[in-house]
Write a protein that binds this ligand. Structure first.
Ligand code: HEM
Length: 240
């Protein structure tokens, strides 16, 4: 026999504490109603974007917390938060996959309903750009305060906390590139090649963004190691 439900005790709108805590009434009212759709696939399109914005909000929050830990030289705590932020990017990259099933003819109907709205206006991605710039500066400052360079870090032990944090930042950067690769692939699959986006940006220019790096020093250090090794200079200081 099912136990009778317990009464809601939290304040706020909604008939249950789940609805009140999760704000499900407000959340589920954020998508267009069927009567407003120009095409039923609008729900898919809106939900993928809206859920991505939520995960990006979480990503930004984690990067801000990582920044504070970096400022306090709490390297391990910063690494954990950057790792979790990277996992959120992996999830939104997976989200993109469902848009492969969006027929180009359906999207052509939806597109005018977007007005001049473009992914370049995504608040989540804008905040991510700011957050990664701040992290890049903070990591450089951390290296300076410890009197080491990125090259010194990579010539050291992979188990060193600073090495691990550097790798977490590189993995995060890779996650951005992987999202962009998937996004470019989906965008061209849905709207084709050689056309303009809603912001009048050539869709193919999205491909150039894939190689853009948010933590360039950490990539340059790898290049320097490879070049040094090709000149016979031993790249590693310690054991692997
Ligand atoms: C049918 C699916 C999609 C298509 C056809 C598409 C198409 C495009 C195009 C053509 C651009 C270039 C700018 C413009 O002129 O509008 C763009 C940029 C962008 N879009 Fe999408 N997009 C899709 C889904 C998404 C989703 C789900 C997101 C998630 C938030 C997103 C986020 C972005 C971002 C952040 C940019 C800026 C470029 C960057 O930083 O890499 N897009 N998109």
């Amino acid at each position: 026999m099912l136990a009778s439900p317990l009464p809601a005790v939290l304040p706020g709108p909604g008939g249950t504490d789940y609805a009140r805590y999760m704000r499900t009434n407000e959340l589920l009212a954020l998508q267009k109603e069927p009567a407003e759709w120009v095409h039923p696939d609008e729900l898919l399109f809106q939900i993928v974007h809206q859920s991505s914005e939520l995960w990006l909000k979480l990503t930004r929050s984690h990067l801000t917390r990582a920044l504070a830990h970096m400022g306090a030289e709490q390297v391990g705590a910063a690494e954990l938060l950057v790792d979790r932020a990277a996992e959120a990017l992996r999830l939104i990259t997976e989200h993109l996959r469902i848009l492969r099933s969006l027929p180009p003819a359906h999207f052509a109907v939806i597109r005018p309903a977007l007005g001049n709205g473009s992914g370049f206006e995504s608040p989540g991605w804008r905040l991510l750009r700011t957050a990664t710039t701040e992290l890049d500066i903070a990591f450089s400052q951390l290296l300076s305060s410890l009197r080491v360079t990125a090259l010194d870090v990579y010539r050291g032990q992979p188990s060193d906390p600073l090495y691990r944090l550097a790798e977490a930042l590189v993995a995060f950067d890779e996650r951005i590139a992987l999202w962009r690769a998937e996004h470019y692939s989906i965008a061209t699959r849905v709207i084709g090649q050689g056309v303009l986006g809603t912001r009048r940006t050539p869709v193919d220019s999205l491909a150039a963004l894939i190689s853009h790096r948010r933590f360039p020093t950490l990539w340059e250090a790898r290049t320097a190691l490879t070049l040094a090794a090709s000149h016979g200079i031993c790249p590693a200081r310690g054991q692997a």
